[in-house]
Write a protein that binds this ligand. Structure first.
Ligand code: 13P
Length: 285
């Protein structure tokens, strides 16, 4: 299969009462592991790249590998650019084979966010690429993008009016979650998802998935969330598996990188498999 259409995957999830996991990958190993977890569970999957990952690995190799994995996969695999305030990188992704982009205009005042989101939607849609839009910021700094302070917040009617006017496909609103590990219990805004879904059929994206409980995920999905982003959980599983392997390598005096890759991959397949089970997307393909 070629890389999947993000909007179609999320619309199907929303209609079916489940959410598609969108997992921030960091390299080839994590891309392979996430796709393997999706295949094992018979779930569609979205591979997400931060701008930092695009800059570190290069757009061409990432897109080539995603398309190679999607071609050989028995489940739909989409490629999504996560939080990107940089229009040049957005264009690179649109022209480079990504299924979708998150144009993050939450650092702009409302008028600029509105005007630029409309431009990005026009550019992306001409290439068949889905646009997720964020005009109010989701707290937490991820891979160098974002802020720990709430800088822009709007009413639901304003969010929907801007989404409709600009042609936004997927909406990323503030839902009380944050990127990274929670330092205090979040005040989750299930009510905002319900309000959006009562007024519009635009698919809603939940950011900051790491650290939420199974009950939280269940309530967000029941309220109508169709795409859930996971990044920190993958990074933790990756690094902890490396650490465990390296400690053991030191103890026994055997240094085999490929064995470490196998251990990391297994840890990631297990971690992402657990999220797929929580999001209800398994067994749908
Ligand atoms: P976490 O790092 O909290 O899982 O959030 C991921 C995310 O929202 C990526 O956009």
């Amino acid at each position: 299969m070629p890389v999947a259409n993000t909007l179609e995957l999320v619309r199907a999830a929303q209609a079916g009462g489940y959410a598609i996991p969108a997992v921030n990958i960091v390299d080839e190993l994590s891309m392979r592991a996430v796709v393997e977890a999706a295949e094992e569970a018979r779930s569609a999957i979205i591979l997400q790249t931060s701008v930092k990952t695009v800059k570190a690995s290069g757009a061409e190799p990432l897109s080539f590998l995603a398309s190679h994995l999607a071609d050989r996969s028995s489940v739909p695999v989409a490629l999504h650019l996560d939080h990107c305030p940089d229009r040049a990188v957005i264009t690179t992704a649109i022209e480079g084979g990504w299924s979708s982009v998150l144009f993050d205009a939450s650092d702009r005042p409302l008028d600029a966010a509105r005007a630029e989101t409309a431009e990005v939607c026009a550019e992306a849609h001409a290439a068949g690429v889905t646009v997720e839009s964020e005009i109010e910021n989701i707290v937490g700094v991820e891979d160098g993008v974002g802020s720990d302070e709430l800088t822009h917040s709007y009413s639901v009617p304003t969010l929907l009016e801007v989404a409709q006017e600009t042609g936004t496909d997927l909406l990323a609103p503030q839902l009380g979650t944050a990127h990274g590990l929670y330092k205090a219990d979040p005040v989750l805004r299930f009510d905002r998802v319900r309000e959006i879904r009562a007024l519009s059929d635009i698919p809603v994206v939940l950011h900051g998935g790491t650290g939420l409980s199974p009950a939280d995920f269940g309530e967000f999905i029941a309220a109508g969330v169709g795409k859930i982003n996971i990044s920190t959980a993958l990074k933790l599983a990756y690094m902890k598996a490396c650490k465990a392997h390296l400690e053991e390598a030191e103890r026994v005096g055997k240094w085999e990188p490929v064995k470490m890759f196998d251990q990391v991959k297994l840890a990631l397949v297990t971690e992402i498999g657990a999220h797929i089970a929580l999001f209800g997307s398994g067994g749908k393909i």
